[in-house]
Design a protein around this ligand. Structure first.
Ligand code: HGY
Ligand code: MN
Ligand code: MN
Length: 424
């Protein structure tokens, strides 16, 4: 007689943690500023390819059938009793920023594989298939658009657009897929799953401030990325009188200060602004910069306020150009996503699973972008956040969640996936 399917499962926290640490070694480096081990695994670099092959090996060891699509997205599938039923999908990304920790994205992918291992060990057959996905270039820091693989899988961006994107060395994403061998043959448009649940570190201070382990994520705030190129004129830093200068570096500084003024004004809702990339040319001490390139990352939970902030920036750029004869600016849109709400029913399933595991939880909006925001157009989608230490710092080698916090988050993921995979 087969044992009844349990309604709650816990995972092997030590095995999960070991896989997180093993993956972090791929692309690991000694960060001299923090004295910590960081991770640098930019999308479709050789280290990312090595990490992908390692995770595929773990997927296959867990009995998953692996397919790779034309964006290099990787899906591992565990069959259910009804192979025609739409699968329950989980996953995230394993590409990282250049100064990453061990958890961003990886927890969702390795957590999904750990759930599969437990289902296997417990001899559980779910009604629906369960799939674990790894999406390409979630970070967007190499090819300039974040959530790229999942955006193409969900149809927001085209495969042709994505393949043509280039990195700072002019290498195309399509070329890098071919070079690393991840230009898969599977169709890139994802059939609608039954549901998608992603487990991810919070990357912020809210769970810790509230003394809770689990975040039930209500949605993702809007994101706006722009690249601004400022054209001035190179001149001698000593002999050139101020009134004859067309200083691109000065203009870049004025933009940065104005962005902070927009934030501080409080007139654009909960606006956040970052100039994360800034270079001047020729980048020499005694030459007035001829050119400056910078990126502007705006975040806002309110799409109307985001649009107002973008318009305020555009107006400032026009005024800046008019203020200095000879100064010109060009603006290139890199990425733009609206606020995305997550499925309320799915949030309830997650909250119930957390309760059943005796874990306190709160609901919160995600400050960071995630693949879940793209998959949300295909099916009911939600996320589980895991608490981080050190104010939840992320995109920094100090990023850290405890083994217990990771295991608790993946316990909630496991029970949530189990219940969804047995839904009609
Ligand atoms: O930019 C983001 O929010 C995410 O880390 N890609
Ligand atoms: Mn992430
Ligand atoms: Mn990230």
């Amino acid at each position: 007689m087969t044992s009844p399917t349990p309604d709650k499962i816990t995972i092997n926290g030590e095995r999960l943690w070991q896989s997180l640490m093993d993956l972090a070694d791929i692309g690991g480096y000694d960060d001299e500023r923090t004295g910590l081990r960081g991770v640098n695994r930019l999308a479709l670099t050789d280290t990312d390819a090595t990490g992908r092959r390692q995770v595929i090996a773990w997927m296959e060891q867990a009995g998953l059938t692996v397919r790779i699509d034309r964006m290099g997205n990787i899906y591992g599938r565990r069959e259910g009793a009804d192979p025609t039923a739409a699968p329950v999908l989980t996953g995230s990304h394993i590409d990282s920023v250049a100064t990453a920790g061990a958890f961003d994205g990886c927890l969702g992918v390795l957590g999904g594989i750990e759930v599969v291992r437990i289902l296997n060990e417990r001899g559980i057959t779910t009604r629906r298939p369960v799939e674990v996905g790894i999406f390409t270039e979630e970070e967007g820091v190499r090819f300039g658009t974040d959530m790229l693989g999942s955006a193409v899988a969900a149809g927001r961006l085209t495969l042709e657009y994505a393949h043509a994107l280039t990195d700072r060395d002019g290498l195309t994403l399509g070329g890098e897929l071919a070079r690393t061998g991840f230009n898969g043959l599977a169709d890139v448009r994802l059939d609608s799953p039954h549901a998608y649940v992603e487990c991810h570190i919070e990357q912020g201070p809210v769970l810790a401030e509230n003394g809770v382990e689990i975040g039930v994520v209500t949605g993702v705030q809007g994101i706006s990325w722009q690249e601004i190129t400022i054209h001035g004129r190179a001149a001698h830093a000593g002999t050139t009188p101020t009134h004859l200068r067309i200083d691109a570096g000065l203009a870049a500084a004025q933009i940065i200060v104005h962005l902070q003024a927009l934030v501080d004004s409080g007139e654009y809702g909960d606006l956040r602004a970052t100039v994360g990339h800034l270079i001047v040319h020729p980048d020499l001490t005694n030459i007035v910069p001829a050119r400056a390139e910078l990126t502007v990352d705006l975040r806002n939970p309110d799409d109307v306020q985001m649009a107002r902030a973008e318009e305020a920036l555009a107006a400032f750029l026009r005024d800046l150009e008019d203020s200095r004869p000879g100064l010109s600016l060009t603006v290139r849109r890199m990425a733009k996503t609206a606020y995305v709400p997550f499925d309320e029913g799915l949030q309830k399933v997650i909250a119930q699973a957390a309760d059943d595991h005796g874990l306190d939880h709160i609901s919160l909006l995600s400050g960071a972008g995630h693949d879940a925001q793209e998959i949300a157009v295909l099916c009911p989608t939600a996320m589980i956040f895991v608490r981080g230490e050190y104010d939840g710092i992320s995109h920094n080698p100090r990023e850290y969640s405890t083994p217990e916090a990771c295991a608790h988050g993946v316990d909630v993921l496991a029970t949530t996936l189990l219940r969804l995979a047995n839904q009609d």
